[in-house]
Design a protein around this ligand. Structure first.
Ligand code: PAF
Length: 287
């Protein structure tokens, strides 16, 4: 396994692999790898001749009061997970190479970026889109893999790839969950034992939404109310948003006749946890 920090070296490595007719697949991450990332790597490995894992904690996607400084990092353990997942190249650029002094250029996907997490974290998706575009330009992938846990991010990257004719196939992978249904996230490491138990209210509330839909409820605000009640029963949980939206435009919807997509952001202790799930007749149990 190669470990590459240098941008030019990474680009020429990928470029010569493409020249040999190899399929290059990128899994972009901020490190602190868990089973969710392993699943992205497993999916990538299936079709890649050259599988690249990028590890870069991207300052541009954190707000001034957010957790950039304390975001969990463990390069040794990430490298060992990368080896286990048969990664060919770990690309771990330096911050000053990605954003040198005087950096001025940002990518923005209008509309999709302003809703849900974009409303709570202004500028977040501008930072995500920018770094992903840069990672694509450096690693030159045929395909890139993203988790559905960050569903809004996946839609935004897909739209950017389409609008800017990037020629990169964007592949979404199902959310990987803990045995009690909590979506895997590097930020779960912020939770104390008590908070970890409390976070169980998130998958439980999604299950409640699904049950309401199955009972025949199709009025989105009524289902949002039920979800809210489940979370409010947990004193350690603070709701950021609960929304039922169209799963492609992310616009709020009232009638769920054709199914819909539930999105939540909930703070438990200092962790801001997000989750989402399609709500429809084909039940996809979380456990
Ligand atoms: O999902 C993440 O870990 C990050 O947002 C990404 C896509 C690696 C960009 O920094």
């Amino acid at each position: 396994m190669e470990i590459i920090e240098d941008l030019r070296r990474m680009r020429s490595f990928s470029s010569s692999s493409r020249g040999k007719g190899l399929r290059v697949v990128l899994v972009p991450t901020m490190g602190y790898l868990h089973d969710g990332h392993r699943e992205l790597l497993r999916t990538g490995r299936q079709s890649a001749d050259l599988l690249i894992l990028s590890i870069f904690v991207n300052p541009a996607q954190f707000g001034p009061k957010e957790d950039l400084g304390s975001y969990p990092r463990d390069m040794e353990s990430d490298l060992s997970a990368a080896r286990d997942s048969e990664v060919d190249v770990v690309f771990a650029p330096r911050r000053e190479d990605i954003y040198p002094v005087g950096y001025r250029t940002y990518a923005e996907v209008e509309g999709l970026s302003d809703r849900l997490c974009g409303a709570s974290r202004p500028g977040h998706f501008r930072g995500v889109a920018t770094v992903v575009l840069k990672l694509f330009n450096i690693t030159l992938p045929h395909a890139a893999i993203f988790g559905q846990k960050d569903f809004q991010q996946l839609l935004i990257i897909r739209k950017m790839a389409e609008d800017l004719n990037l020629g990169v196939e964007i592949i979404g992978v199902d959310t990987v969950r803990e045995p009690d249904g909590l979506a895997m996230s590097s930020r779960n490491s912020y939770l104390s034992a008590e908070e970890r138990k409390a976070a169980r209210c998130i998958p439980a509330s999604i299950e409640e939404a699904q049950r309401e839909f199955e009972k025949g409820v199709r009025h989105a605000p009524a289902i949002v109310e039920k979800v809210k009640k489940v979370i409010e029963m947990e004193p350690l949980a603070v709701i950021d948003y609960i929304k039922i939206c169209d799963g492609s435009t992310l616009e709020d919807i009232e009638s769920m006749e054709g199914g819909a997509h539930l999105f939540l952001a909930v703070r438990v202790g200092r962790a801001r946890l997000i989750d989402n799930c399609p709500i429809g007749l084909e039940r996809r149990p979380l456990l």
